[in-house]
Design a protein around this ligand. Structure first.
Ligand code: GAL
Length: 758
């Protein structure tokens, strides 16, 4: 559908819904807002999980010229949590169930030339007729119009979707047979679809056209198969993207055009592993919830993309969009950087009644039609996460997924053993690892290493091997806060390392995806009692815990050299006195440790983590017996090929010596609500975070930007991040962000943000 207008600006919002207001076309007393939007901003934690459960009203005024009013008008909602009724000019157009699926409404017969008003009655209550609700769930779903809204002005006939189907026939050749969904509001006619495939620099790979019969109503048209050569395949290491553009014409007149990003690759889930373009890849990834502090799901393009970048930077090749369809911006970025995606329908353990199941089926359809072209997606999750077997329902979800997309495997995430395998891949949440392998003080150090990951046939109960994937590990079995006792943070890293090592060595699985990327807001039924599940390898602000470096240090030192001691070098922090044992997460060959003014010798990768390309190094020598000796400055030196390449120093008397601020972006849009992230660390004289410092920072802004959430922020584990958002003016300009540490002597730090109209 061409002629898309991004329709995120100039909305009105209020709590509650009054049908009279709709009749009167009034926005009186409503708050002017821009999208994305959440019905209520939350505190960082300790809120009630009911606060965003409400009925609310969103309104937008718009005017159409006579010409526009004569065309077909479609409004598209990328994500509204959880249910809405749409009214245009006082009349009910339709409704939509489900907070994660895209919906479109034709409003042509409701609009008129001149002024129009559109209302949404949004119900963000956890309604039992809509997945994932009906019982408890371990995450918050927030509420509001939290993704983009788009408006289209169209001819009588338009293309709603393209599913770019193809089969690879050779190394660089494919047979393509794109399918188009066409909406023809007039009579049948003979038209033509012209299609080009080009790379992002515009170099054409293919160009073909075909005469097509366009029947009246909503139809699908699949073009004849044709060969395309000269393809560079999409691969996680080289994610080559192409752009497909198709134009529908009638007697030479263009009716509509559609464009999407695609990539060519094969992906096979076999019992012996995951094969991309015939090459085995062990999946290493994290589950991702799409929530952020204060504003839940309601954050736009830049932050969504940044999450994908962060996961890739930390060594992941896979992400699971637990437990629902996620932002187009996130998925687009995954494609661009070679992050493979397990996408799934919304659900959490509970299966509801008939109405609920109808939404489940619609979710499957919506997920696949909306996201079909993403080359990064390798599997569709067509079970409600961790639900019981329901052969009737899951036979239907699988059949629908296979009908819409025979090219991709299905999975269905379970924690049950011996569950009925109706999908192509047995996808299992394996939380069996209970520690005991490491010598972290809390792991019951010295115990024999327990089972780390289960054998697939022990799980499936099948007499033969099947494609098998671990879709969650760790999570609730070992939650860790950024400011927890060091032993917990150390053990968290150890367990991740043990599981990753085991997964990389397994020959009976596609790999393993860990629970989870980021800490997330949840219900009182779960989490730490403050409405946060501290299961992430990053906190909610996207600040890494030690465990995140387990993954990042698996990268080749040619990419980056890393040496991160998983300790603050404090003698009284661990449950046992002294700093030993500690881990150094590194991709160096070995390290040398200097403490108490002398070298303790060289230390090498620990075989407790055998299987990792770069196992953590464990330092455990008996120097702490010197309990009455003066603690001294020290250092660690990392070596590669015998040469010192990394150095980490620590002090006997580390003390607060300032704060450091890192600004992620300097240029943001003023044509929409764009964001920039700032990360603040309270640091010692050497720049290391003072993990237990609990002062505050204050953020001030000047110009057309504002802070998301509170202006006063307390660090969490010595660090905190905040996002500022642009106030859309459609003008070029600059804004200032000033970070202060009230009550401390340090001078404020100022940052410039350039605002640019698109
Ligand atoms: C799983 C569930 C996740 C999360 C996780 C915590 O059972 O699928 O959503 O709750 O546990 O470890």
């Amino acid at each position: 559908m061409k002629g898309k207008i991004r329709w995120n600006l100039n909305w009105y919002f209020c709590e509650g819904f009054d049908r009279d207001r709709v009749e009167r076309a009034s926005v009186e007393g409503m708050e002017p807002i821009h999208l994305p939007h959440q019905v209520r901003t939350l505190t960082y934690n300790c809120f009630s999980h009911d606060e965003t459960q409400m009925i609310s009203t969103y309104a937008r005024k718009f005017s159409l010229s006579g010409e526009e009013a004569a065309r077909r008008t479609v409004v598209e909602f990328d994500g509204v949590m959880t249910y809405f009724d749409l009214y245009v000019n006082g009349r009910l157009v339709g409704s939509h169930k489900g907070g994660y699926s895209r919906s479109r409404f034709e409003i042509s017969s409701y609009v008129r030339a001149g002024g129009n008003t559109l209302y949404l009655m949004v119900d963000s209550n956890e309604r039992g007729d809509i997945p994932p609700f009906g019982c408890v769930i371990d995450y918050l779903t927030f509420g509001g119009v939290y993704r983009d809204v788009n408006l289209y002005s169209l001819e009588d006939t338009f293309l709603t979707d393209v599913l770019f189907r193809y089969d690879m026939t050779g190394e660089d050749t494919a047979e393509v047979y794109p399918e188009f969904y066409v909406d023809n509001g007039g009579g049948a006619f003979t038209g033509e679809i012209a299609c080009t495939v080009a790379d992002r620099e515009g170099r054409e790979l293919a160009c073909f056209r075909q005469t097509v019969s366009v029947e009246s109503g909503r139809r699908s048209i699949t073009l004849d198969r044709r060969k395309v050569g000269g393809i560079v395949r999409w691969d996680p290491e080289n994610p080559q993207m192409y752009v497909v553009r198709a134009v529908l014409t009638r007697e030479g007149r263009e009716l509509d055009a559609i464009e999407d990003d695609i990539g060519f690759r094969t992906m096979e889930c076999r019992a012996s592993g995951m094969y991309v373009n015939g090459r085995r890849i062990v999946l290493v990834g994290m589950d991702r919830h799409q929530s952020y502090p204060y504003v839940g799901y309601s954050i736009g393009r830049r932050a969504q993309r940044a999450d994908a970048d962060l996961l890739r930077q930390y060594g992941m090749n896979t992400v699971r969009t637990s437990h629902y369809m996620q932002s187009q911006y996130f998925l687009d970025r995954c494609d661009e950087i070679g992050l493979m995606v397990f996408e799934e329908i919304p659900g959490w353990q509970h299966i509801g009644g008939e109405d609920f199941k109808q939404v489940v089926m619609e979710d499957v359809r919506s997920m696949i039609v909306t996201d079909f072209n993403h080359p990064g997606i390798f599997i569709w999750g067509v079970r409600l996460n961790e639900s019981a077997d329901d052969d009737e329902l899951y036979t239907r979800t699988n059949a629908l997924a296979h009908e819409l997309d025979p090219s991709r495997a299905t999975g269905g995430v379970r924690y049950l053993t011996n569950s009925h395998l109706l999908e192509d891949v047995y996808t299992m949440n394996d939380f069996c690892h209970a520690g005991g392998g490491g010598s972290g003080a809390s792991s019951g150090g010295g115990k024999d290493l327990k089972q780390v990951l289960r054998y697939q046939q022990e799980v499936t109960g099948l007499p033969y091997k099947v494609p098998y994937l671990v879709t969650e590990y760790m999570g609730h079995t070992y939650p860790v806060k950024p400011f927890d006792n060091e032993s917990l943070r150390d053990e968290h890293a150890r367990r991740h390392a043990e599981i990753l090592a085991r997964s990389l060595m397994k020959t009976d699985s596609l790999g393993a995806i860990g629970w989870c990327a980021f800490d997330y807001n949840t219900h009182g039924d779960y989490g730490a009692g403050d409405k946060i599940c501290y299961h992430g390898i990053f906190d909610m602000f996207r600040i890494p815990k030690y465990a995140a470096y387990v993954y990042r240090t698996q990268k080749s030192p040619e990419e980056e050299i890393l040496m991160i001691p998983a300790t603050g070098f404090a003698r009284g922090e661990k449950a046992l006195y002294g700093v030993m044992p500690f881990l150094v997460l590194t991709n160096c060959d070995y390290i040398e440790v200097f403490m108490y003014g002398k070298s303790l010798g060289c230390f090498f990768p620990s075989d407790k983590f055998f299987g990792l390309p770069h196992p953590p190094i464990e330092v455990d020598v008996d120097v702490d017996a010197l309990w009455n000796a003066v603690w001294q400055d020290g250092k660690i030196v990392g070596y590669l090929d015998g040469r010192p390449v990394a150095e980490y120093c620590f002090l006997r008397d580390p003390h607060l010596d300032g704060f450091a601020v890192v600004q992620d972006d300097t240029l943001i849009s003023s044509s929409e609500v764009d964001t920039a992230r700032f990360e603040v660390s309270f640091v010692d004289q050497l720049g290391h975070p003072c993990v237990f410092y609990n002062g505050v920072i204050e953020v001030e802004t000047e110009g057309d930007v504002e802070v998301i959430g509170p202006r006063f922020l307390a660090p969490v584990g010595g660090r905190v991040a905040f996002w500022v958002k642009s106030i859309p003016t459609g003008k070029d300009g600059t804004a200032t962000v000033r970070v202060k540490a009230p009550a401390l002597e340090y001078p404020p730090q100022e940052f410039t943000l350039h605002l640019r109209k698109d």
